[in-house]
Design a protein around this ligand. Structure first.
Ligand code: RB5
Length: 146
């Protein structure tokens, strides 16, 4: 599985730690920046990560900004992207099991790096359950296509 990563200046340290952690765990990673800690506009980075998933280049994405919220707002504008901003373990697991979320959004100013890595592990290692949850996701797609 290949995972697209991106952050703004609110999530720079977290993104780099997540990158190292995923690589050590055997995942392929595509890093869409930022590559030095300068102020940027989070929608620009969210766009790169989401387009990579839309193209099929990466299967999952992880975005980090100050709160995770701006990244999730931008990411959820992309067709086929289901981005979840969260900060605790239950949601990290269930957003894969039930929502088949393909982008995890974290807040570098909300959680520490250790928690971020645990949430990433849950997110990338949990499979979608399908079944009745697929029906609900199909309804999200119908809304998206209106
Ligand atoms: C940047 O200061 C901050 O607004 C951004 O990282 C993010 O938290 C937006 O939701």
């Amino acid at each position: 599985m290949k995972i697209a990563l991106g952050c703004d200046h609110g999530g720079f340290e977290h993104k780099n730690a997540i990158k190292d952690h995923l690589k050590q765990s055997g995942f392929e990673v595509l890093d869409f920046g930022i590559y030095e800690n300068v102020s940027v506009d989070y929608p620009d980075i969210a766009s790169k990560v989401c387009q990579s998933i839309q193209k099929g280049e990466c299967q999952l994405g992880i975005l980090v900004c100050g709160t995770g919220i701006g990244m999730s707002l931008a990411a959820n504008k992309f067709k086929g992207i289901r981005a979840a901003a969260l900060s605790e373990h239950f949601s990290a697991k269930y957003t894969r099991l039930h929502n088949n979320s393909n982008v995890l959004c974290l807040g570098g100013r909300v959680i520490g790096v250790g928690t971020a890595l645990e949430l990433v592990d849950l997110f990338v290692n949990t499979e979608f359950e399908g079944g009745r949850h697929q029906t609900r996701i199909d309804k999200i797609s119908e809304i998206e296509n209106k």
